[in-house]
Structures are given as structure tokens and as C-alpha cells.
Design a protein around this ligand. Structure first.
Ligand code: MLT
Length: 269
């Protein structure tokens, strides 16, 4: 499906009925990375997964795309879909977007799931590295980023070639301006650490034990800081834990959603 938000046409999935779950993908991925969650959860929940601007089937704007801008796009999308408050699920950069969304539109969040992400901002070195990568993408295109990022998405000892190809497929449609915009936007994102103690919605923090892009230590820090949150570290999974270990990931998600009382009896739908 497609919808124009803030002058950009974005692609999205909207399936199932029930409590709305909004899945926000990471960098430089697209909503296909959530397909194994969509397939499982759509029988009990309303599952919404957009391609952020510049990724997947979505058009791109120009210039840096702040996390606030992505959050604003989502905030324009949701009323058009008449969702009401959502359970917000953000992977990695999608987690940075989730912090922005929570900051800007807290009334639209009824629950939070932070997947392989972190609250801190970039160090000056990391921000400079992102700007340098953006210049490389400008000169050489998106494959530069795919070559660096794709091998880091799965656990180092996962040699499943079909899976690795699928990961590249999630990244392939990314537009150069979209990737550049995200890199520059991530480089200037604010630190969300001080906000963690004020998160008052039920929160699940989940990551892969073998994530080398964002250490599981970051998830431990999130869980320590967010009141009442639950932490799950999934073994034999790297950065793209939801795709690499979908059964274990979905099991944790479904159990948590159930316990947080987000499951709605079918008769109430
Ligand atoms: C992601 O998966 O979204 C990225 O690894 C996030 C980042 O580069 O900080």
C-alpha cells in the first residue's frame, strides 16, 4: 500500500485486526525485514510496517533526515490509518526514531519494544564517520553501504547464504538520497538517555547476543534505566535478531504483548 505523507509517498503494510503494532525498520533496511513478524502476528494484532522515507518502496526527500522527521512522517500516517495509540517497535535506527516519536507524540504510544538499539548519541568520531560515508554514497552509490552493513546484520557464525542474500534484498531498494539523509540525520540525533527514566508505558528491550553493531550491553543499559521494562537477549542472533531468529523473537514478543495485556479478545474487535 502507498500513502503520501509530508509530500513523500511511502510504502507500507497494514494487515490484521486488533491492537496496532507499528514496526519501524533500521538502517539501511526496509519493512521486508519484519515479514516474519507480520506473518505471525497479523492473526492476533493489527500490524503496520512502513518503509521510512528513502528506503524500500518509499520516495526520498533531500538533505539530512532527522529522527524527528521520520517520527513526524509516522505521526501523519497513523491518523490516516485511524489506529489510535500504537505499540511502537523500533529496530536500531528505528529505535532512534522511536525515541523521537515518544518525545514528540507520547499520547500515541501505548507500549514500546526496543530492538537492538541504544539511547546515546554519536560520538564526534562516529558522526564524522557517518558524514564520510555519506560522501562515499554520493560518489559511489548505495552499494558502498550495503557492502559494509550487510555482513554485520547476522551473527558472525551464521553462514546461511540464502539469509544473507535476503538481507541484501532488504537494503537494495534504498535510494542514495535516502541513505545519505539517514546518515546525516543519525549523526545529529540527540541523546535520549535522560528520557529513559520517564518512559511510563510498558517496555520490552530485546537484542541478539551476537550483535556486533550495537552491543547487547546497550540493551542492558536501556532495560536498567526504563522503569519496569523487560530485557531478553536472544542467543545465536546478531543485529537483525527478528529476522535471524524469528521463532524465538516472536515467542518473546507474543508472551510480552500478552502479559502487558495488549492482546484483545476477538469478540472485542
Ligand atoms: C541500524 O541498523 O539501524 C544501524 O546500525 C544504526 C546505526 O548505524 O547506528
Amino acid at each position: 500500500m502507498q500513502m503520501t505523507v509530508n509530500n513523500v509517498t511511502i510504502g507500507y503494510t497494514d494487515e490484521g485486526r486488533g491492537v496496532p503494532l507499528l514496526f519501524v525498520h533500521g538502517f539501511p533496511l526496509s519493512r521486508g525485514a519484519w515479514q516474519k513478524q507480520i506473518d505471525t502476528l497479523r492473526s492476533s494484532y493489527r500490524v503496520i510496517a512502513p518503509d521510512l522515507r528513502g528506503f524500500g518502496e518509499s520516495e526520498t526527500g533531500t538533505g539530512p533526515v532527522t529522527m524527528a522527521q521520520y517520527a513526524d512522517d509516522l505521526h501523519v500516517l497513523l491518523p490516516q490509518l485511524k489506529t489510535g495509540p500504537v505499540v511502537l517497535i523500533g529496530h536500531s535506527m528505528g529505535g532512534y526514531v522511536s525515541f523521537a516519536f515518544l518525545r514528540q507524540y507520547p499520547e500515541m504510544v501505548r507500549g514500546l519494544i526496543l530492538v537492538s538499539t541504544k539511547a546515546g548519541k554519536d560520538t564526534p568520531e562516529a558522526a564524522a564517520g557517518r558524514r564520510a560515508t555519506a560522501e562515499k554514497v554520493q560518489a559511489m552509490g548505495v552499494p558502498v553501504v550495503i557492502e559494509t552493513m550487510a555482513p554485520k546484520m547476522l551473527a558472525a557464525d551464521n553462514h546461511d547464504r540464502a539469509m544473507a542474500e535476503e538481507v541484501r534484498g532488504f537494503m537494495a531498494p534504498s535510494k542514495p538520497a535516502g541513505v545519505i539523509g539517514a546518515l546525516l540525520g543519525m549523526a545529529e540525533r540527540p541523546d535520549a538517555t535522560a528520557e529513559l527514566a520517564r518512559i511510563s508505558v510498558p517496555t520490552l528491550v530485546i537484542t541478539g547476543a551476537d550483535d556486533t553493531l550495537i552491543s547487547p550491553t546497550e540493551s542492558e543499559k536501556l532495560a536498567q534505566a526504563i522503569p519496569g521494562s523487560q530485557l531478553n537477549i536472544i542467543p545465536q542472533a546478531g543485529h537483525l535478531v527478528a529476522f535471524e531468529q524469528p521463532d524465538k523473537f516472536n515467542h518473546v514478543l507474543e508472551g510480552w504483548l500478552d502479559r502487558a495485556a495488549f492482546a484483545v479478545p476477538v469478540s472485542d474487535l
